[in-house]
Structure formats: C-alpha cells, structure tokens
Design a protein. Structure first.
Length: 295
C-alpha cells in the first residue's frame, strides 16, 4: 500500500506544488500526519505562545492523482483514522470566541484510551476527524491554516471515518494534502482547538471526470454537507444557504423560490468553526431530499 510520511509536508495550498507521491484512481493511500502544533506540544508546560509558528498546521502531501485535470472532482473515501494515546488542547488570551475573557495560556493533555478522550473524570467518545484537507488552488495560495473552495482548514467534524469528501480539482493531479486530525471536536471549535493529534489516515481516492463543483461537499449516510469557508461568518452563512438552494433547484428541477421553501423546511445551516481566519459553515441536506448518490 502506498504511504506518505509526515516529513512530506506543506504549509500552504498553492496553484503550483511538487507532488511527493503519485497514485492511480481507486488506489488506497496512507497519510501519516503531525498534529496542528507541528508536534511541539507534548506536556501541559508546552504553551501555544512559545511555538515556532513556521511549523504550525503541517499537511502531509501533496499526492498527485493520475489523470486528474481542472474541472474534475476528487472523491476521497476516508476509511480509517488511527489515533495515538494522547492529544492536546490549548487556549489563551485573545484566542477563540471568548479569548477576551481567558487569562494567560493554558495547555491540557488529553489521554485517549479505550475509545474515549479523557477530560479530567469525563469520558468523551472519540470521533476522529480531519481538520485540514485540500488540493492545489486555482488562484492565490492559501496557508494551511485557512480554508476556501480548495478545502483546507475546514475543521468540519463530519470529515471522519466512513465519509466521502468531494473536492474540486483546480490543477493537474489535484495535489491532495491533509493533516490536523482531531480525536473529538464540537461545532464551532470555540476555544481555538479540538483534541489535536498526530494520526494515520487511510483513504481511497476516486476521480470523477468532467464534474466540477464550487465548494467541497461531504457525503455521509445521513446526507450531504456543502462546506463554505469565507472571511466573515455572515458571508459564509449566506453563501452556504445559497449553495444549498441552488443544489435543490438543480437536483429537483424546481424554481428558486420553491427550492428556498424546501430548504427552509429540511436543510440545516450549521457552523463548522468560528476560529480560523476564514469561517466555515455547512449546509446539511438530508438523504431523503438529495436522493441517491451525488454523482
Ligand atoms: Ca484546524
């Protein structure tokens, strides 16, 4: 099985990137990833303020997919996310939604055992997710800490095992990279981090020729999530809502007004994260409404 080790890492999704490895469509590939801190936080004494920020948010890759061309779509089936024995969460002054009320910098190490993340005496079931996953961009470069149409730091908790993530291809080969796994995270990621871990991710990648998308789409048993990331949460909410309505209009061949009504009845507009440079919103469309497969 092909494997990308974590020393193949990028810190920006750019239009031009050198592939670290090439795979064929339908091939299974393992990505070994380093946590969002670049592996610099190992104990509660390691604080965010002391990190070398040039090593923050590494994404393992890029992987070139044979035959992928601009205007195609990658279907990334996330088969397995293997976790280590501990993760870390940080917050501090000026960080996250309530950063103006937090004093100092705080790091907490969270043991991961028997399928649970341990927070003091509480046990939270693990729900592994990929925070950063994206492809080469069509225009300007985005740091791996940011997100846009190419994916990136979407911090969307539904990007986990059993999910298929669809990403638009902007450059030959697509050039896929990923990292920033969380063992568990709530919608909003309000303190600025989840349970940040290094991990081993197993994915199978398919190529859908001649189908282009404006924004990443997450497909799960319960339905689809259209994932929109923009500098302001208001703009992200508006665009995700509009994308869901356009999707329903196209899929069901109804008017825009009818699609807006259907969305008002059945679509959930949810927040993925409120703490990255671009905010992320997901429009959830239940499977009963989308009907069948996406493509
Ligand atoms: Ca993240």
């Amino acid at each position: 099985m092909k494997r990308l080790q974590s020393d193949n890492s990028i810190y920006a999704f750019a239009p031009s990137m050198d592939p670290a490895l090439t795979a064929s469509p339908h091939e299974t590939v393992i990505f070994e990833t380093i946590d969002a801190f670049g592996g610099q936080i190992k104990t509660s004494e390691d604080k965010l303020e002391n990190l070398d920020f040039s090593r923050v948010n590494p994404a393992t890759g890029p992987l070139s997919i044979e035959g992928a061309m601009p205007g195609d779509t990658l279907a990334i089936h996330i088969e397995k996310i293997e976790l280590p024995e501990q993760g870390a969460i940080v917050t501090g002054e000026g960080m996250g939604v309530l950063g103006d009320e937090v004093e100092g910098h705080v790091t907490k190490i969270l043991p991961i055992r028997d399928g649970y993340v341990h927070f003091d005496d509480l046990k939270l079931p693990v729900s592994p997710m990929i925070g950063v996953i994206g492809v080469a961009t069509g225009g300007k470069a985005f740091p791996t800490g940011s997100a846009h149409q190419h994916g990136g730091n979407m911090d969307t908790k539904e990007i986990g095992e059993g999910t298929t993530l669809y990403l638009p291809v902007f450059q030959p080969g697509g050039l896929l990279a990923m990292g920033d796994v969380h063992a568990v995270m709530g919608d909003g990621e309000i303190c600025i981090s989840g349970c940040e871990v290094s991990a081993r991710i197993t994915v199978k990648i398919d190529l859908i020729k001649g189908v282009s998308m404006r924004w990443p789409i997450v497909s799960r048993e319960e339905g689809l999530y259209i994932v929109v990331s923009l500098p302001s949460i208001d703009d992200a909410l508006h665009e995700a809502t509009r994308e869901a309505v356009l999707f329903l209009q196209d899929r069901r061949r109804i008017t825009f007004a009818e699609a807006a009504m259907l969305a008002s009845l059945a679509v959930d507009i949810r927040i993925s994260q409120l703490v990255d440079p671009y905010r992320t919103v997901k429009a959830f469309i239940p499977r009963e409404i989308t009907g069948g497969e996406l493509f």
